[in-house]
Design a protein. Structure first.
Length: 301
C-alpha cells in the first residue's frame, strides 16, 4: 500500500456552440437538505476566497497561480471529445498499469496487456490480477459514459465507478463511508510517517454527503472544466468519501470532466510516484491542494 494511502480496511456560449460537458445535479442522493440554500460560490475565483471559505466549501486550500492549466492536452471544444477518447483508448493499457503500480501492484506492462487480452498471467497474486481487471472495468465504463454523453458529475456516477474499481479492496464499495453497515475509516497514512484522521462521515454518511453537495454547488459555477476537474479530484481525495480507492475514483471522475469537454484524461505515471506522495502528504497534512492539482494537470497531456 503506497504512501498517502487509505488506511487498511476496518477502521456564455449559446447552447448550440457550447462544448459538450458533464451534466451537474445539485444535492444528489442521500439526505437532502431541501431548505438549506445552495452555496453557489463557484463564480468567485479561488483567489478571491479566504482560506477559511475554501476549507468550508471544498475542504481544501489552493492557489491557482501555482497550477499550470495550459499543460493539459486538448481544448474546450466538442469536436475534440472523440479525439480525447481515442487517445484514452490507445493508451488504456499504460493508464491501467500506471494506476495499478501506484497502488503497489507488481504486474508489468506486458503482463497487464496480456491480462487485458483475456489470458491469465501465471505466478501473480490473485489480488493484483483482480485490481488490474477492476481498473479495466472502471475505465471502460468511464469511456462508455463519456462517449454516449451520459457522464454526469454526480454521486451516483462516482459510486458506480467506485463499485467497479474498488470492489475487491474496499470493505464496502459503491457508497460513501457510513452509508452501509460499517462505520469509521477514512484515515490516511502519510509517506513521511504518521496518520491523518479522515473526515467524520456522520450518521448514514450524512456529513460526507453534505460535503459532496457543497462541492457540487461550488463547481456548478466554475466555468473552466480544467479547474472543475482538478478541484473535484483534490477535494474528493481529501474528504476520503470511500473506505478505499479514493484517489482512483477521484481521478476517474476528474478524467470524465476533462474528456467530456475535449481535454485529455489524467494518468499519473508510476515514475512520478514520489512526486505524488509528497503532494499528497501536503494535501492531507495542511489541506493545501496546490501541488497535487499541478501534478494532475501535468499528467493530463
Amino acid at each position: 500500500m503506497n504512501a498517502a494511502t487509505d488506511e487498511p480496511r476496518g477502521g456564455a456560449a449559446s447552447e448550440r456552440s457550447r462544448p459538450r460537458g458533464p451534466a451537474y445535479v445539485q444535492r444528489p442522493g442521500g439526505r437532502v437538505d431541501a431548505e438549506r440554500p445552495a452555496i453557489q460560490r463557484g463564480t468567485l475565483p479561488g483567489d478571491q476566497l479566504t482560506r477559511t471559505e475554501k476549507l468550508s466549501l471544498l475542504g481544501i486550500d489552493w492557489d491557482w497561480s501555482g497550477v499550470d492549466l495550459t499543460v493539459i492536452g486538448g481544448r474546450n471544444d466538442s469536436s475534440m471529445v472523440e479525439r480525447s477518447l481515442a487517445r484514452f483508448r490507445a493508451n488504456l493499457a499504460v493508464i491501467i498499469w500506471d494506476a495499478a503500480r501506484l497502488e503497489g501492484n507488481n504486474f508489468t506492462l506486458p503482463e497487464v496487456q496480456t491480462l487485458l487480452d483475456g489470458v491469465t498471467v501465471e505466478g501473480k497474486k490473485i489480488e493484483d490480477q483482480q485490481q488490474v481487471l477492476a481498473l479495466n472495468e472502471a475505465y471502460k465504463q468511464l469511456e462508455r459514459l463519456v462517449r454516449t454523453g451520459d457522464f454526469m458529475l454526480t454521486k451516483q456516477v462516482s459510486d458506480e465507478l467506485h463499485r467497479l474499481v474498488a470492489r475487491h479492496e474496499a470493505i464496502e464499495s459503491g457508497g460513501f463511508r457510513g452509508e452501509g453497515s460499517v462505520n469509521g475509516g477514512g484515515s490516511v497514512r502519510l509517506s513521511s510517517g504518521g496518520v491523518v484522521d479522515g473526515r467524520e462521515h456522520g450518521q448514514g454518511g450524512s456529513l460526507l454527503i453534505e460535503a459532496f453537495n457543497d462541492l457540487m454547488d461550488y463547481l456548478g459555477g466554475v466555468d473552466d472544466p480544467r479547474q472543475r476537474a482538478l478541484l473535484y479530484a483534490a477535494s474528493a481525495t481529501r474528504h476520503q468519501f470511500y473506505f478505499d480507492g479514493n484517489k482512483r475514483t477521484a481521478k476517474l471522475m476528474a478524467s470524465g470532466i476533462l474528456m467530456s469537454a475535449g481535454f485529455s484524461a489524467i494518468s499519473v505515471p508510476y515514475s512520478r510516484l514520489y512526486e505524488q506522495n509528497v503532494s499528497l502528504d501536503r494535501l492531507f497534512s495542511t489541506d493545501d491542494a496546490t501541488s497535487y492539482m499541478n501534478l494532475l494537470a501535468d499528467c493530463a497531456r
